[in-house]
Design a protein around this ligand. Structure first.
Ligand SMILES: N[C@@H](CCC(=O)N[C@@H](CS)C(=O)NCC(=O)O)C(=O)O
Length: 216
């Protein structure tokens, strides 16, 4: 239940990475008021040094002054507040499964982010494109299809999982990651169509235009 007197402050950098963007967008779509705090690098360093961040990282969400960390916990909370989290225990678990999978897929990039040698880094990325990403995007395509032909990941309505994967898949297929081509989703046409559907929602386009000057 939404408490009308509740105060929400969501704190994350000023860029649309899934870790906070799915939660921001969910609150926006759900018409839930929140303070959208976007610290710069210096402000972040000061926050981190002060010890106020539970794990030294962003995002964090303050709910009436109670601080919550970890992207997926925050996404789940915001999904609930926004009415974008299902009612049944089984569908909730299906959404949770996908949110955890987003973390797992994101972690595939960690070795290449940590690698400073350009050749070894390129080789790690090439492996991802040839092997890991098709495998994981294939898993996701199968989960999408297992939900029927409604176009959503869980049930027959938009959930926080759809928003989160829209951002995650947009990151992988946006041409921003060295060595990962924009065609990376081409082997999963249903997943690609899911991305395009969410990407074209008027609320999503309006939010992206307002904050980043571009509709997607
Ligand atoms: N497990 C955390 C990871 C959060 C994370 O990696 N945050 C990054 C930004 S996307 C961060 O704060 N990096 C700065 C740092 O670690 O100093 C979560 O799920 O929220």
């Amino acid at each position: 239940m939404t408490d009308a007197r509740e105060t929400l402050r969501l704190i994350y950098f000023d860029f649309p990475f899934w870790r906070a963007e799915a939660s921001r967008l969910a609150l926006h779509i759900g018409g839930v008021e929140f303070e959208d705090v976007r610290p710069g690098r210096e402000e972040f360093r000061a926050m981190k040094a002060s010890g106020e961040l539970p794990y030294g990282q962003l995002p964090v969400l303050d709910v009436d002054g109670v601080r919550i960390a970890q992207s997926v916990a925050i996404a789940r909370f915001c999904g609930k507040r926004a009415g974008l989290y299902p009612e049944s225990d089984v569908d909730q678990a299906r959404v949770d499964e996908l949110l955890d999978t987003a973390t797992q897929i994101t972690s595939l990039l960690t070795p290449s982010f940590k690698e400073s040698d350009p050749e070894r880094r390129a080789a790690l990325r090439a492996n991802l494109v040839a092997r890991d990403l098709p495998q994981w995007f294939g898993f996701l395509e199968a989960r999408l299809l297992a939900n029927g032909d409604g176009g959503f990941l869980v049930g027959d309505q938009l959930t926080i999982a759809d928003l989160l994967f829209w951002k995650l898949l947009g990151w992988f297929s946006g041409g921003l990651l060295d060595g990962i081509p924009k065609t990376v989703l081409d082997g999963q046409p249903h997943l690609r169509a899911h991305f395009d559907t969410i990407d074209s929602l008027p609320e999503v386009r309006e939010w992206m235009e307002r904050h980043y000057g571009s509709p997607s």
